[in-house]
Write a protein of this length. Sequence first.
Length: 314
Amino acid sequence: MLAIGVDIGGTKIAAGVVDTDGSILAQTRRDTDATDAHSVDLGVVDVCRELMADHEVGAIGLAAPGFVSADRATVSFTPNLPWRDHDLRGAVATALRTDVPIVVENDANAAGWAEFQFGVARDVDDMVTLTLGTGLGGAIVSGGILLRGRWGVAAEIGHMRVVPDGHYCGCGQMGCWEQYVSGSALVRDAQAVAQTRPDRAARIIELAGGKWRKISGHHVTSAAEEGDELAVELLATIGRWVGEGAASVAALLDPELFVVGGGLSAAGELVMAPARAAFSAHLSAGGHHPEARFAVASMGNDAGIVGAGDLARR
C-alpha cells in the first residue's frame, strides 16, 4: 500500500508518496502560510490533493511540530504554527472529501520512526533519536514500539531541565536541555563571543559577512571544519551537552542506540566525538553499565515524510 507523508514546518510543507520500503516515489512542497490555522490546513490539503491525483494511496500521515493528542487527530499545541487544540485530521479529511485513513504524528516521532524502520537504527529494537535543530526534538522506540505516552506527548526530550535557573526556554521553563544542544544555542553562544571578543571570533564573523548578528550555525560549522579554534570549541561544548544529557536518558530508558539528527548533525565528529566522551564520563555505574552507541541519522530531510507515511500505513 502506498501512503502519503506530509512534514509540516514553520516555513515549508513537504510531502511525498511513500512505498513499503520507505522510498519516496513522488514529492512536492509548499511554503507555509502561518497567518492562521486555516491557511496552514489549506497548504496541507493542497499537497495531498496534488499527490493523490496521480497515485492511489491507502493512508495519509501528517507530521506536525507540536503536541499531538493520543488519538492522533488533534494538534494540542505547537509553538511555531497557529494551531491550538486543532482537529487537523478532521479539517484535512473534510477538505479532501476522502475516506482514506488520516493519522497525525509528532514530527520528531515521524523522523525517529523512519530511522528505526529504514535508516541507521533498522537493526535495533531500543533507540532514542535526538534532532538537533532550532530546538531539540526526540523520539523513543522501546522494544520495537514507538512511545507516545498517555496523552500522546512523550519524548519532548528537549524540555528535560538540565540547569536549574539556566537559560530561559520558549516552553516557559528555565534550563531546558534544548537551550544547550540546539542550533539556537550554538548561534547564541557564537554571537556572544563575537560581541565581547571579536578577535577570537574573527573567522566566524568573516564568514558571516563581517556582521556578528548574521552569524548562523553553518558559519560556525564551516569555520570548525577549517580548524578555527573557537568554532571547534563551540561545537565541542554542544557535543558535551549531548553526551551528558544522553547519560541521564540512558539511566531511564537503557537504549542500544542514540541517533543524532537535525542540522547540527552535519558537523559529524566535531559534535559526535565529544558527545561519546561525555556520555561515557557521566554514565551511572561507569565501567559496569553497558554503553549505548551513537550514530548520525541517515534519512536526511526526507525522514519526516517517510516516517509519517509509514506510521499512517501501519
